[in-house]
Design a protein around this ligand. Structure first.
Ligand SMILES: NC(=O)C1=CN([C@@H]2O[C@H](COP(=O)(O)OP(=O)(O)OC[C@H]3O[C@@H](n4cnc5c(N)ncnc54)[C@H](O)[C@@H]3O)[C@@H](O)[C@H]2O)C=CC1
Length: 394
């Protein structure tokens, strides 16, 4: 609980902190990595270079400052952060490190404006936020550990199978070394992966690309030319190699039951969370349009898996395939990029929920088109693979 003096100080200084928050968070990360190099592997360094991570932290802090008086809304706003933390197995003892470095960064950026009282109020606010996150995360760790096939922390898996799905995407089937069952996840969720590369630990999370089966998990990874971990998966790891998995998490999920029609739209490797969402939606008896956009035929992954579902659910599933480039239009529904006319043609009647994942430009385009077609925000669901950001044109 903040004292009334602390509350007053937060209110008075929030606008100036908000104004400088991105500068503060940009300063914060290098400062933290210098003081505590052991936490650096928890952060994808590419997202530092692009500024995505500092922007995401700034917007979470801002959202919390604005919503903290309404606990339900504050918890909802922090859901994405909690999911990322769970998939990295973030623990309570890491919060004081962030708190200390964030306060130091605020002091460095705002200078003399940060009196002892101001620092004390913001320190208390950080502690309130940290306590809430620790509480939400420990609940999630407990629930997963108690589920049949669940665990706490890292569990050791072996690569049981590898399959090339397209020119750039490869699937890895992961089975636990202990031979015991693995817990179900919610279709659409991702899982934390911990590996050692050049003797250093690295963490990532990847969408689970196959439906829960109790025995194994599957992730499907695009090889990125400058991606340290994706190149390691593609170029170094083989069947039989060991990796560690952290709990699954993520809120791009369907309610347990539902009958509203769905439109799922994916671009490129954004199809990974869609595959299990699609199957779940069909099992729920929903009408589904699944639109997938790929660069071309060589980059089109999982085409056979989706066609198999279309055969199993002929009355429920409509598959729409879009290639940016193709010589022959006979086996695609559209050549080029998604546009308003295309989406309008396939958008299910009624009040559909729409889920979309793809490169930023794809998601921005889809979001704007759906909005213009009258799909309200609460029926538009999307997820960023890296730090969250607004769907604004780059
Ligand atoms: N939700 C997320 O955060 C995701 C991020 N990505 C990232 O995006 C990058 C590219 O991913 P790839 O799988 O190689 O995609 P890609 O380059 O193979 O493109 C996939 C599809 O998206 C379409 N597309 C791309 N930009 C578009 C735009 N501005 N408007 C409309 N359609 C557009 C392309 O025409 C193509 O059909 C990668 O770095 C990847 O990590 C990819 C998928 C999901």
């Amino acid at each position: 609980m903040l004292t009334s003096t602390q509350e007053r100080i937060i209110e008075a200084t929030a606008p100036v902190v908000a104004e400088h928050l991105t500068t503060i968070t940009q300063h914060f990360y290098p400062l933290m990595f210098e003081r505590y190099p052991e936490v650096a592997p928890l952060f994808n360094q590419t997202h530092q270079a692009t500024g995505g991570q500092p922007r995401a932290l700034a917007s979470s802090v801002l959202a919390y400052v604005q919503l903290r008086k309404n606990p339900a809304q504050a918890r909802h706003a922090l859901e994405t952060v909690v999911n990322k933390h769970v998939s990295l197995d973030i623990q309570p003892d890491q919060y004081p490190i962030v708190g200390e470095c964030l306060m130091a960064a605020i002091g460095d950026v705002l200078g003399e404006a940060v009196t002892e009282e101001v620092a004390d109020a913001w320190g208390a606010l950080y502690q309130e936020l940290a306590d809430l996150l620790i509480d939400l995360e420990s609940q999630r760790y407990r629930e997963f550990a108690e589920a049949p096939g669940g665990w706490r922390g890292a569990r050791s898996f072996r690569i049981a199978d590898i399959r090339q799905e397209s020119a750039v995407i490869r699937s890895f089937v992961l089975e636990p070394e202990d031979g015991q069952p693995v817990a179900d996840f919610r279709p659409g969720q991702f899982i934390g992966v911990r590996l050692t590369i050049d003797d250093k630990p690295v963490y990532r999370h990847y969408s689970l690309s196959a439906f829960p089966n109790g025995r194994s998990y599957r992730i499907s990874i695009k090889r990125e030319a400058d991606g340290v971990v994706s190149r390691h998966f593609h170029d170094v790891l083989n069947i039989g190699d060991r990796i560690e998995l952290l709990p699954p998490a993520g809120d791009l999920t369907l309610p347990e039951e539902g009958h509203d029609p769905l439109m799922l739209l994916s671009g490129g490797v954004g199809q990974t969370p869609m595959l299990s969402l699609l199957r779940q939606a069909l099992e729920q008896g929903r009408q589904v349009v699944y639109l997938h956009a790929a660069l071309d035929e060589d980059h089109h992954a999982f085409g056979n898996d989706v066609q198999a579902l279309a055969r199993d659910y002929p009355d429920q599933l409509r598959v729409v395939t879009v290639y940016e480039q193709a010589d022959d239009a006979s086996h695609v529904d559209h050549i080029g990029r998604v546009d308003r006319e295309l989406i309008a043609r396939y958008l299910p009647a009624g009040a559909p929920h729409c889920y979309y994942v793809g490169p930023q430009g794809f998601m921005v385009a889809v979001d704007q088109i759906l909005q213009s077609l009258g799909v309200p925000a609460e029926r538009r669901h999307f997820e960023h693979f890296g730090p969250s950001r607004a769907l604004e044109a780059a």
